[in-house]
Design a binder for this molecule. Structure first.
Ligand code: SF4
Length: 433
C-alpha cells in the first residue's frame, strides 16, 4: 500500500459507535495503516450517546459548559474503546499529550479536549500542530452537498471546493453542544490558514479512508484552490513543447546522468548545461570512469558551466563514493543523496522524482508558477514542495518539475509572463490582478 500522505488526522463521526461491526472494521484498518504513516491521529466524536447526555443535562437545567463536558467524556470513552481494540490504552487528555504521543509512537487516538470545542476542531488543531498533510472527516453522508440531502432529493455532491466555498456553506448552519451539522466552521478556518486539505467521505464505508490515503477522492475535497491537475499539467506540457522549451532537449534517462545534469545545471543556463552534459556523457558512462578522470580534464569539460572548477572537484568525489560505497548504483533515499558532495535538496528531489520516489523537485519555475496560479501561497521552495505534495496526485509528481520548467521557460517567464497567450489565464490569480 502506497499512500499520498504521511501525516494524517481523521475525524470520525460518533454515529458509528452505534455499530459494533463498523468499529471492528475500523480497528482493523487503523492497525494496518498506522505503521505506514509517519503520524496518524484519530479523533472520535460523541454521537447519539453524547447527545442523550446533553439532553438529560438540559432537563436538569445544567449550563453549556457542563453539557460540553459530558459530551467530551463520551468522546473519550469512544476513543478508549478503539484504544482497547488496538492495544493502546493511553487516551490523551490534552493537546500536549496528543502531540507527544504522535511524535513518540506515530499514533494517537483522542476524544474532545476543551469545553466549547468540537472534535472537528480538535482534529484541526492537532493537524496544525503536527503540520499534517490532510484531515479526513468520515461522516454519515457522502461528502458536501449543494443543499441539504435529507430535505432535497436533487441535492448534488460537490467533488471539490475551496475553503471559502465550504465556509460559506457552513456559515448557514447552526451548531450547539454535541451538534455540528457537517464540520466545525472554526476548524475549517484553522486548516485554511495552514492550507491543509480536508476530505469528506462516507464513514459507513471504511474503505473510503484507504481510497483517500491512496490519493483518490470518494467524497469531497477541500483545498485553497481546486484545479484539475491532470488537465493543468497537460495544457502546460502541450504549450511548452509547442514553443520548443529547452528543457525538453534534456532526454537523459539514467539516474547517474540525471544526477550529474542536475548538479551541473545549478547557476548555469539550460543551453550550456545541455551542451556540457552531451560532451561529458560521450566520454563517461559510469561513476567509476568519472572517478578515474583527472580533475583538470573534468574541469575542461565542464568549463562553460558556472563554478566549473568547484563542480569538477565535487563530481569526481561524488563518482568515487557512488562507485565504492554503492557499487555504482545511485542511492535512492534523500538522506543518502544529500550526503553526497554537490547534492542539495533540489538536486536530490530531481533524482528521487525521476526514479519515482516520494519527491517533487521545486526550483524557481515551480515555486513561481504555483504561487502565481494561486493553488498555494508559499514563501520558500521547501514550503512549496510540502504544499504541492498535499494537493497534486502522486502519479503526476514525476513529470511536474519538467512541465513547470518548460512552461516557465516559454510562457510563465519570470519577467513579463505571456498571460494573454496562456492556456491557464482563466484559472490564474496573477492574470486576474
Ligand atoms: S496566466 Fe500568466 S501568470 Fe498565470 S500561469 Fe499563465 S503566464 Fe503565468
Amino acid at each position: 500500500m502506497r499512500f499520498n500522505f504521511s501525516k494524517v488526522v481523521v475525524s470520525l463521526s460518533g454515529s458509528f459507535f452505534d455499530k459494533p461491526e463498523l468499529i471492528c472494521e475500523y480497528a482493523k484498518i487503523f492497525s494496518k495503516i498506522r505503521s505506514k504513516l509517519e503520524m496518524f491521529c484519530v479523533v472520535t466524536g460523541g454521537g447519539r450517546i453524547a447527545r442523550e447526555y446533553i439532553a438529560k443535562a438540559e432537563i436538569l437545567g445544567l449550563g453549556e459548559r457542563e453539557r460540553h463536558m459530558l459530551g467530551i467524556a463520551v468522546t473519550r470513552v469512544n476513543a478508549l474503546l478503539f484504544g482497547f481494540a488496538l492495544d493502546f490504552e493511553e487516551i490523551p487528555q490534552s493537546y500536549k499529550e496528543a502531540v507527544k504521543q504522535l511524535r513518540k509512537n506515530g499514533f494517537a487516538i483522542c476524544g474532545g479536549m476543551k469545553p466549547g470545542q468540537s472534535t472537528d476542531k480538535v482534529a484541526a488543531d492537532i493537524a496544525c500542530m503536527i503540520d499534517a498533510d490532510a484531515v479526513i472527516n468520515l461522516t454519515k453522508v457522502a461528502g458536501v452537498y449543494d443543499k441539504d440531502p435529507k430535505k432535497y432529493q436533487d441535492a448534488r455532491l460537490l467533488k471539490e471546493l475551496s475553503y471559502e466555498q465550504l465556509e460559506k456553506i457552513l456559515s448557514s448552519q447552526k451548531s450547539s453542544p454535541g451538534k455540528f451539522e457537517l464540520f466545525d466552521l472554526l476548524a475549517v478556518k484553522e486548516l485554511a490558514k495552514r492550507e491543509i486539505p480536508i476530505f469528506f467521505a462516507c464513514g459507513k464505508e471504511p474503505k473510503n479512508l484507504i481510497e483517500i490515503l491512496r490519493g483518490n477522492n470518494p467524497g469531497t475535497k477541500v483545498c485553497k484552490k481546486p484545479v484539475n491537475w491532470e488537465e493543468v499539467i497537460e495544457k502546460m506540457e502541450k504549450e511548452a513543447k509547442k514553443r520548443n522549451a529547452p528543457v525538453y532537449e534534456f532526454s537523459f534517462r539514467y539516474p547517474f546522468q540525471i544526477l550529474l545534469a542536475a548538479i551541473i545545471s545549478t547557476r548555469t543556463k539550460d543551453e550550456i548545461t545541455l551542451s556540457v552534459c552531451k560532451k561529458l556523457f560521450s566520454k563517461v558512462k559510469t561513476p567509476a570512469q568519472l572517478a578515474k578522470m583527472s580533475e583538470n580534464e573534468l574541469a575542461e569539460l565542464l568549463k562553460p558551466a558556472g563554478f566549473y572548477r568547484e563542480k569538477a572537484k565535487k563530481l569526481k568525489e561524488l563518482a568515487r563514493i557512488i562507485a565504492e560505497k554503492y557499487g555504482s548504483r545511485i542511492p535512492e533515499t534523500k538522506e543518502e543523496l544529500l550526503s553526497l558532495p554537490g547534492v542539495g535538496k533540489k538536486v536530490a528531489n530531481v533524482v528521487l522524482a525521476n526514479i519515482g520516489k516520494d519527491a517533487i523537485a521545486v526550483d524557481t519555475h515551480v515555486h513561481r508558477i504555483a504561487n502565481r496560479l494561486g493553488v498555494l501561497h508559499s514563501k520558500t521552495p521547501e514550503e512549496t514542495e510540502k504544499k504541492l505534495k498535499r494537493i497534486v496526485p502522486r502519479n503526476l509528481w514525476k513529470k511536474l518539475n519538467k512541465t513547470f520548467v518548460g512552461f516557465g521557460q516559454t510562457v510563465c517567464t519570470p519577467k513579463r509572463p505571456r498571460c494573454r497567450e496562456c492556456p491557464l489565464s482563466k484559472i490564474c490569480d496573477f492574470a486576474k490582478v
